[in-house]
Design a protein around this ligand. Structure first.
Ligand code: GLA
Length: 393
């Protein structure tokens, strides 16, 4: 699949620009085992890059014109480096312009560029196709023009692009996972310091399966930024009463409980979820390291409960997917994954039982919602990279 994607992107580049691309890059999507909506709350997360990619075929051009081609959408966008870069009405363009804008602000200057990109990451499924686009493009510019940026700087540029040109105040998890992914490992990322460590993701008799609800809500319209404002407000109230608390990490259950009336039910629930989720990630890492998969699975179910009832970022369709597998003994953990309001559930499933499970869940899902469910079996892969081999078409 990877080879096919590289070959198709390269061939399209050749047909548009009449020559081979100078370089080809792959930028992966991501999953997240646990640690949802805590990357912007000073928490820890446990994501990994997966074997679904955006492929970029790129060459510098002789003019100062940039030509960006979204192969899958059959759309092209052209502009000059000397123009003032501003958000436009095409979302995919904004992810890339945002990156260039960040580069401009860092004082970099580029000759023109010809880019074709194509993707196997389903869009709007919570697999971070947007971070793959931002970071893959940033990574490619860094290599092509020898900018000397670190992987961390590339991830941060991607995040800033999303804040400024897309308007989603996302955390750092998606960009970090896409750039720092390591084959067969999850990344335990401390979202405050960006310190990270890799943990082996070997689930022995179990495997990770994603069910795509095909409910697509962009974070912008779905309340992602609202959640950010709510937790910020909640934390400010906590800090006023407990000056020793700097972040949610320092806040105890009792402290939060004592402010329940003052916070009001909504803010209380949001903050309660965050505190619990930070604890769960730490417990999940231990469970993973000790091969205690049932414990890991239970934590995933707990996370879903919190995301659905307290943080309120799930939806009826994804709740259904998690509820359905709860009493199936082949499934030991399940929860909604990513920003929410749709997208995928991530499931820890007994090896060999995936197909039968998919058949029964997709039938029930279609009966309930009239939607055809998709199923992805993902492999944990390395982060953004340059494709070394020359691809023959
Ligand atoms: C989106 C954001 C991430 C993170 C997740 C929820 O994917 O881009 O920064 O907040 O939602 O965990």
């Amino acid at each position: 699949m990877k080879k096919k994607l590289i070959a198709a992107t390269t061939a399209h580049f050749k047909s548009v620009f009449q020559h081979e691309p100078e370089s080809v890059f792959l930028s992966p999507g991501r999953i997240n085992l646990i640690g949802e909506h805590v990357d912007y709350n000073d928490g820890f997360v446990l994501p990994a890059a997966i074997n679904k990619y955006i492929c970029f075929a790129i060459s510098t051009s002789q003019t100062d014109e940039f030509t960006l081609v979204a192969q899958d959408l059959n759309e092209t966008y052209r502009f000059n480096w000397s123009e003032t870069l501003q958000p436009v009405d095409k979302m995919w363009v904004n992810y890339m312009l945002g990156v260039l804008h960040q580069m401009k602000m860092k004082g970099f200057s580029f000759a023109g560029l010809n880019v074709v990109f194509s993707s196997t990451i389903p869009m709007g499924a919570g697999l971070s196709s947007s971070a793959a686009l931002e970071c893959g493009f940033g990574y490619a510019l860094n290599k092509l023009f020898k900018l000397g940026l670190s992987r961390e700087e590339i991830a941060l540029i991607g995040q800033q692009s999303e804040h400024t040109f897309v308007g989603v105040k996302c955390g750092i998890m998606d960009q970090f996972a896409s750039v720092f992914g390591k084959k067969n490992h999850v990344i335990k990322l401390d979202c405050t310091s960006l310190e990270h460590e890799y943990h082996t993701a070997d689930f022995k008799n179990y495997t990770l399966v994603l069910f795509d609800s095909h409910v697509k809500h962009t974070h912008l319209t779905s309340g992602y930024n609202d959640r950010r404002n709510e937790v910020e407000q909640g934390l400010n109230t906590i800090k006023t009463h407990y000056p020793s608390v700097q972040t949610f990490r320092d806040c105890t259950e009792n402290q939060l409980e004592s402010l329940r009336n003052e916070l009001g039910e909504t803010l209380y629930k949001r903050c309660h979820f965050v505190i619990q989720e930070i604890r769960r990630v730490n417990e999940a890492v231990k469970a993973l390291d000790q091969n205690q998969f049932e414990q890991l699975g239970n934590l995933m179910f707990e996370t879903h409960e919190g995301l659905s009832k307290e943080y309120e970022v799930s939806c009826a369709e994804v709740d259904f997917l998690v509820e359905f597998v709860k009493n199936k003994k082949q499934v030991i953990g399940s929860r909604m994954m990513g920003g929410g309001f749709g997208g995928c559930s991530i499931n820890l499933v007994e090896k060999g039982s995936e197909k039968a499970l998919f058949e029964s869940i997709s039938k029930a899902y279609r009966e309930q919602f009239g939607i055809t469910l998709s199923y992805y079996k993902v492999k944990i892969s390395k982060g953004t990279s340059k494709v070394k081999k020359k691809i023959k078409n």
